[in-house]
Design a protein around this ligand. Structure first.
Ligand SMILES: [Zn+2]
Length: 119
């Protein structure tokens, strides 16, 4: 399962961040996923508890922020949102578009729980 491997590599990144900040636990992980990343957000959420078990992020909530596909048209200069199956310019129909977003798989935010102080 591809999503499990993705979760594991994401969690090793999260663990490094948590260690650097001396956090006790991770409470929330936000990721940005574009439809062209090849990652299915539902599958990623299903795989997450298995990958997170026994890690610092064991009780963290995974929040998926789905990104739109955006292209820049080289022919007419228009920037537009389009579908993952059709990357042609919605204004002029040209196919010479450049992808602006939609293929990302980014760790956007990690919320940490810090060591409680005694006073
Ligand atoms: Zn165009």
């Amino acid at each position: 399962m591809h999503e499990l491997a993705v979760c594991r590599s994401m969690l090793s990144q999260v663990a490094r961040i948590a260690a650097r900040h001396r956090a006790r636990a991770v409470t929330r992980i936000s990721v940005r996923i574009g439809p062209l990343s090849g990652i299915e957000p539902d599958l990623l959420c299903q795989a997450f508890p298995f990958a997170a078990a026994g890690t610092v992020a064991e009780h963290a909530a995974l929040v998926v922020d789905a990104q739109p596909v955006r292209v820049h048209c080289e022919a007419c200069g228009h920037d537009a949102e389009t579908g993952p199956r059709n990357l042609a310019c919605p204004r002029c129909g040209e196919r010479c578009t450049r992808l602006l977003s939609g293929d990302e798989l980014l760790l956007a935010e990690v919320e940490l729980l810090h060591q409680a102080t005694d006073n």
